[in-house]
Design a protein around this ligand. Sequence first.
Ligand code: 13P
Ligand code: SF4
Length: 312
Amino acid sequence: VSEEIDLVAEINKLKKEKNAVILAHYYQEGPIQDIADFVGDSLALSQKAAEVDADMIVFAGVHFMAETAKILNPDKLVVLPDLRAGCSLAESCPPASFKEFVDAHPDHTVVTYINCSADIKALSDIVCTSSNAEKIVASIPEGTPIIFAPDRNLGAYIQKKTGREMLLWDGACYVHEAFDIDKILKLAKENPDAEIIAHPESQAHILKVAKYIGSTSGLINHVKTSPKKEFIIATEAGILHKMKAEVPNKKLIPAPVEKDVSCACSECHFMKMNSMQKLYLCMKHESPAVVVPMDISKRALLPIERMLEISA
Ligand code: 13P
Ligand code: SF4
C-alpha cells in the first residue's frame, strides 16, 4: 500500500461499497478500534456477530473469534486481516488429544472457553467466555461432572467461584501468564492508592491480589464506575486505548511482565498481527476469508447457541 493512501478514508469507502461491518476486539491497535463499527469483549462480539446484517464481516481480532462469526453466519463472507492471528490458548488444545480426553470421560458435560478452534467447539456441549463462564457453569445441574477447557487459570478461578469440581485442560494464555507478581506488588507499594485489577486468564497468585476480576468489558466498566482514581491493570495493553478514552483523568498503569519480554507491558503478538494496512487490503480483496468445513460448523454452532441463549 502506498504511503500516500488515506487508510481511514479508504476503509470507510469500502465499508459502504461492500456493505461491510467491522467488528474489533479491545486488544486491537487504537486506529482499528476507532474505525470499527463495534468494539467489544468476546461475548459482545459473538452476540453482535449473531445479529449482523451485512454482506461482509471484517473481523479485527484473532482467528477463533472470526471463526465463531463464520459459524454464526455460514452464508456470509467473513474476512480476517491476517489469517495467522492465532491464540496460544486455542493452540494449547489440539483436537485429536482433546477428543481422546472427552471420549475417556463420556459422562462429563464439556464446557469450552470460546478461545478454542471450531474443531474443539464441535466436541463441546456449551461454550463460555470470561464474562459468562460462572453463569454457564452454574447452569449445569449439580452432580453433573464437568470438563473445562482449554484455560486452566480461568477454569481454576471458576471452580473457586462456583464450588464445582471440574476436570481442567492444561492450557494457558501466554500474555496473561507473563505478569510478574513481585513487580506488581512493588508497583502497588509505590502507588498506594492504586487498585490491582485483572483478567481471569491470569494466574491464581495474580488474581489473589486483584480487587476486581473480569472480562475486558468488565475491566473497562470497572475503571469507569469505581470511585478509585488509580489502577494497575493485568491484561493485554490494547485495553488502555478504550480505558484512556473513558477515564482520561484516572491513572492507568499496565501491570509489568517478567524480564525477557520485549515490551514493558503485556502485548498479544497475535492480536497485533492485524494492522490498518492489512484491514484495508482484506476489505479491498475480500480475502483472506475464514473457512469452516460445514460438518464442523454445524456441530460447533449448537454449543455457541446454547451460550448465547443463556447469556441473552
Ligand atoms: P474477553 O474480551 O472476552 O475478556 O477476552 C479476552 C481475550 O483474551 C481474548 O482473546
Ligand atoms: Fe489468545 Fe491470550 Fe492473545 Fe487473547 S491475549 S488472543 S487469549 S494469546
